[in-house]
Design a protein around this ligand. Structure first.
Ligand code: 13P
Length: 343
């Protein structure tokens, strides 16, 4: 096992107050975001968009690792530099999404299972040779009055553990992402209960598959009321529920937790991360950081709109957004900083 390399990757990813950028949207998800923003849904526009991101000046000052998608990891800037090399030049560790999306779970109406274990060992070896040093696998868990089922949780957490074991064997740090979706009218308590239960099963499965927790990154959802619940929860309540849930379910050997944003606004995601650091500073066994996609990219995407003349402004917004998340890791974020592009 490449233990030294795994340790170095973890160190680099959690350096200072930087965090991770998820830029690994599948072709279908990227096209959906483009459609909403009025951008043509072609391979060239997807390439140009990712070029805008990886060439953003100073991105490496605020982002420690970037998660790519298979299409993107093989692409070049218009000047012929592989995106993966561009990231390395910025001092950013390249990562790769290796799951192959979700499909209906047979026998469990309304629930999904993540695909991609077949051939994963070989794909990981290829990605390692390309330069990827960490990976991501996302499992999705839905909440309804009767969901999630035990069968769905166990099948998905088992797959996450099998993936994580293969990653470590390949010298790649696994991000394990059990995402409890925000859709639905459920309250914060229900999200707390489901997230806690899912993480207990996940760590049981990681133990059963002999995954070394020192080289695992957990990418969880924050604990929030469902999107169609009419009663919002305060920033402090979300921060407290989220960290309490993690403290009850995540072993101290795990080096870091990096949240997904899950459909929260960029400002809310930043404010929640900040409140966690304010309230629990010095009391947490793991690093607490971000691995946002929409909460970092969306404001920049809306500025870019597929137009070359907007690239510089979009890049500035991207780095600004991530720098606010850096401030949140210090517990120093203030909403007024949103307007100060030099913050
Ligand atoms: P969001 O931050 O947009 O939820 O995406 C994070 C992610 O990587 C989902 O797999």
């Amino acid at each position: 096992m490449k233990t030294k390399e795994l340790t170095n990757t973890i160190k680099a990813l959690f350096a200072g107050e930087k965090g991770l950028l998820a830029m690994d949207e599948s072709i279908a998800t990227c096209n959906k975001r483009f459609e909403e923003a009025g951008i043509p849904q072609t391979i060239e526009y997807r390439r140009a968009y990712r070029e805008m991101i990886v060439t953003a000046p100073n991105l490496g000052k605020v982002i420690s690792g970037a998660i790519l998608f298979d299409e993107t990891i093989h692409q070049f800037t218009k000047d012929g530099v592989l995106f993966i090399d561009m990231l390395k030049k910025q001092g950013i560790v390249p990562g790769i999404k290796v799951d192959e999306g979700t499909t209906d779970l047979a026998g469990f109406p309304g629930e999904k299972i993540t695909m991609g274990l077949d051939g994963l060992k070989e794909r990981l070896a290829e990605y390692y040779n390309l330069g990827a040093r960490f990976a991501k696998w996302r499992a999705v868990i839905s909440i309804s009055p009767v969901l999630p089922s035990r069968g769905c949780i166990e099948a998905n957490m088992h797959a996450l553990a099998r993936y994580a074991a293969l990653c470590q064997e390949a010298g790649i740090v696994p991000i394990v992402e059990p995402e409890v979706l925000m859709d639905g009218p459920h309250d914060l308590k229900k999200c707390f209960d489901v997230t806690t239960r899912v993480q207990h099963v996940l760590f049981d499965q990681l133990f059963a598959q002999k995954v070394n927790l020192n080289w695992v990154i957990l990418k969880p959802n924050m604990v929030l009321p469902g999107l169609s619940n009419p009663k919002p929860a305060s920033i402090d309540k979300v921060a407290e529920a989220t960290v309490t849930c993690l403290l009850q379910s995540v072993p101290a050997a795990v080096p870091g937790v990096a949240f997904l944003s899950g459909g929260q606004s960029a400002k809310d995601a930043t404010a929640h991360l900040n409140a966690m650091h304010v309230k629990f500073k010095g009391k947490l066994p793991w690093a607490l950081t971000f691995s946002f996609a929409r909460a970092i990219q969306q404001p920049a995407l809306e500025i870019w709109k597929g137009k070359d003349e907007n690239i510089a402004a979009a890049q500035k917004m991207l780095v600004h957004r991530a720098s606010l998340d850096n401030a949140a890791r210090r517990g120093e974020y203030k909403p007024a900083m949103e307007e100060d592009m030099n913050a």
